[in-house]
Design a protein around this ligand. Structure first.
Ligand code: ADP
Length: 661
């Protein structure tokens, strides 16, 4: 019995289980997404800064929560001013915060990414404020100094007028807001010579220090969960790979997860920047970029591992080569150069993303295992990214979903891998059981065969000896006949076994016009001695049998096996009825006997290789259990079928159907 291992096709039942999983998963996402939505604390529209002043006198921080200092800030390009330096009527530009300054025009000219500037914002506050007010500064990538009411509050790197004095960083921080009146003047000096984007990209937040810390905790807990999930998934899948190296997808998925865990620690609230001294932030920045540029080819390898037919090696090699080219400047060039490659890499990722959707759609059409789950995860992640882009641009106000989308994506991917593994384990388990069964069948067969061969051999041996010592010609004739009969039995077994081996490999058929009636008659003749011995009679109606194109020798062997069984499993004085009908499309041969019959639970098994019914009725009958197996194979090779009806104790009826043309 041969069993093919199908690795890529989805079995019927797993399609429904995939649908169920998807439903559960989408419900899970719906719950998480609804929890993750972060509307403004009170729903009150926060005021915006106009002409360098933000009026928060009506803002109740305790009730309404922290507020973003968004809007128009005063902007002094190519000037590093202290609060005291700024004169009452000094000219300034209005710049929108948050926003990078690259496209901002001063004197009709775009200022570009590099340079230095001073920002100023006046904040008008209510009389009663929370005890401790604070400011949250999110990722400002270049050097800056922040002054509040003339006092230097925090500093990042060294602000300067050329590249030697500036630095790259992006630590997040909450700072205490020293207030001695109900207004505050915020002056921020910034210089950028290292990053492709200058200016205040992210909003600054003002609020009670307690609330800001809570916000930080909330963000950190989501981020740490993500880092934890990614780290554990990474180690788990790498472990899986090292235990069983045959499949590479866990290796790539493990590496992908670990790289992204590292990336998560460097992006979002960038906690690694807070941990390491500012002197090596340039190195962290390189690692941050490399994690992205490496994650893409690693993920491509993972996809190839999952769907090798859909993602050709040349496509993956192209992704690796392009990502490698992008990585070179990150390793060797200064940040002002390599940070400019990000936009191009994002376009590259977008193209790969779209192409992946197309290829996975093919995988779904080809019914590849896990393809539906993969596409759902991919689309979900894509939707989260697009939502965030639109949310960032303020086209919609739905909240940020990248991390949640990403957790969902990773969750689904690892579910997909574990499902593949369990399917593989199930297959192995099933195959081991089948192998064990086969080994048992083989042992029984060998025991049976030795017994069956021994009986005629013993007879030949004994009659041979008697023949040698015999002088009476009449006895000699009898002995010779016995030797001939026993050796014929042996030849029959050997023939069957040889045919069995040929069946397993390849068997050529040589077809010719074959007369069915002739075959039946000749096999009855061969078995007539047997029938006479047990007084079994034959009734047959074969005159309309006709002829078909068939391999005469093989077909005769098949019919012989069925008629022989009708004889040997018959009772003494029993009967065999053979009937043939031919309707010019099919020939139907029915061979019925009045023998021991076959129990219903044995019926499906009697056509198996080496199968013999083990009962008191059949115990005495010799055989090795290949007759019906061969008969079925031969009939099927002719495009026909064989079936059986039986009633224990009353007899059996075998029906062979063969196509006429
Ligand atoms: P063998 O006869 O060598 O054991 P077969 O493959 O021809 O092997 O048959 C398989 C089993 O099916 C037999 O062991 C027997 O128990 C049962 N069988 C086949 N034909 C008949 C029949 N006409 N009546 C009762 N039992 C039968």
């Amino acid at each position: 019995m041969t069993t093919k291992i199908k690795t890529n096709k989805i079995p019927e039942h797993s399609v429904t289980s995939a649908v169920k999983t998807l439903c559960v998963f989408f419900m899970f996402c719906a719950v998480i997404f609804s929890c993750a939505k972060q509307p403004d604390a009170s729903g009150k529209t926060p005021p915006r800064a106009v002409n360098g002043v933000i009026d928060l006198r009506d803002w109740d921080f305790e009730k309404d929560g922290p507020v973003k200092l968004d809007g128009e800030w005063e902007f002094y390009w190519k000037e590093l001013l202290q609060s005291v330096d700024i004169k009452e009527n000094q000219a300034y530009e209005n710049i929108t915060v948050p926003g990078i300054w690259n496209d901002f025009s001063v004197n009709g000219q775009k200022i570009g990414s590099t340079g230095y500037a001073t920002y100023r914002l006046k904040i008008l506050l209510a009389d009663s404020l929370p005890d401790q007010m604070g400011l949250r500064i999110q990722s400002i990538r270049s050097a800056y100094e922040l002054e509040i009411n003339g006092k230097l509050i925090c500093q990042n790197g060294k602000v300067g007028t050329d590249s030697s004095s500036s630095m790259l960083s992006k630590a997040f921080r909450n700072v205490n807001l020293p207030l001695n009146s109900n207004s505050a003047e915020l002056v921020l000096r910034q210089s950028n010579y290292q990053s492709r984007e200058g200016g205040l990209r992210d909003p600054l937040l003002i609020g009670s220090l307690r609330q800001l810390k809570q916000l930080e905790m909330k963000q950190a807990s989501i981020e740490w969960s993500l880092i934890g999930i990614l780290g554990i998934m990474g180690i788990y899948h790498l472990g899986l790979y090292f235990i069983r190296r045959k499949h590479t997808s866990p290796l790539w998925f493990g590496l992908f997860s670990i790289i992204l865990a590292l990336r998560s620690a460097l992006t979002s609230s960038a906690f690694l920047y807070n941990v390491f001294p500012a002197d090596i932030h340039w190195l962290l920045y390189k690692i941050e970029y490399l994690t992205l540029y490496l994650a893409v080819p690693i993920f491509a390898m993972y996809m190839r591992g999952l769907f090798p037919r859909e993602f050709r090696l040349t496509f993956i090699q192209l992704i690796i080569a392009i990502s490698f080219l992008f990585s070179l400047p990150v390793i060797f060039a200064p940040s002002i150069i390599y940070t400019r490659t990000l936009l191009w890499f994002e376009i590259f990722m977008f193209v790969i993303g779209l192409y992946t959707i197309v290829r996975i759609a093919f995988a779904i059409l080809r019914k590849r295992e896990g393809s539906v789950l993969f596409l759902s995860a991919w689309m979900l992640f894509f939707a989260a990214v697009i939502n965030d882009i639109l949310n960032n641009k303020r086209t919609i106000n739905t909240g940020v979903y990248f991390q949640i989308g990403f957790i969902a994506f990773i969750f689904l991917q690892s579910y997909l891998l574990s499902r593949r593994f369990s399917i593989a384990f199930n297959t192995v388990e099933k195959q081991s059981l089948e192998l064990a069964k086969l080994a048992r069948v083989k042992d029984e067969f060998l025991a049976n065969l030795s017994h069956e061969l021994r009986t005629p051999l013993t007879a030949i041996h004994a009659y041979g000896e008697m023949f040698e010592n015999c002088d009476n010609p009449a006895d000699m004739k009898d002995y010779g006949r016995e030797i001939f009969a026993s050796s014929e039995k042996l030849i029959g077994y050997v023939d069957d076994l040889m045919l069995l081996t040929r069946m397993e490999t390849a068997l050529d058929m040589s077809r010719s016009k074959t007369d069915i009636q002739e075959i039946i008659t000749e096999n009855i003749d061969i078995l007539s001695k047997n029938m006479r011995e047990r007084n079994i009679s034959v009734r047959k109606n074969t005159t309309n049998a006709g002829k078909i194109q068939a391999d005469r020798k093989l077909l005769s062997k098949a019919i012989h096996a069925v008629i022989k069984n009708a004889v040997i499993y018959n009772r003494e004085n029993g009967e065999i009825i053979i009937d043939v009908e031919n309707d010019n499309t099919m020939i139907k041969i029915t061979i019925a006997d009045t023998g021991v019959g076959i129990a219903a639970d044995q019926l499906p098994l009697i056509f198996d290789r080496f199968y013999r019914v083990d009962s008191s009725d059949t115990y005495e009958v010799s055989g090795v259990g290949v007759g019906l197996f061969l008969a079925k194979k031969i009939i099927e090779m002719h495009g026909g079928t064989i079936g059986v009806n039986s009633e224990p104790g009353r007899g059996s009826e075998f029906t062979v159907r063969l196509p006429v043309k």
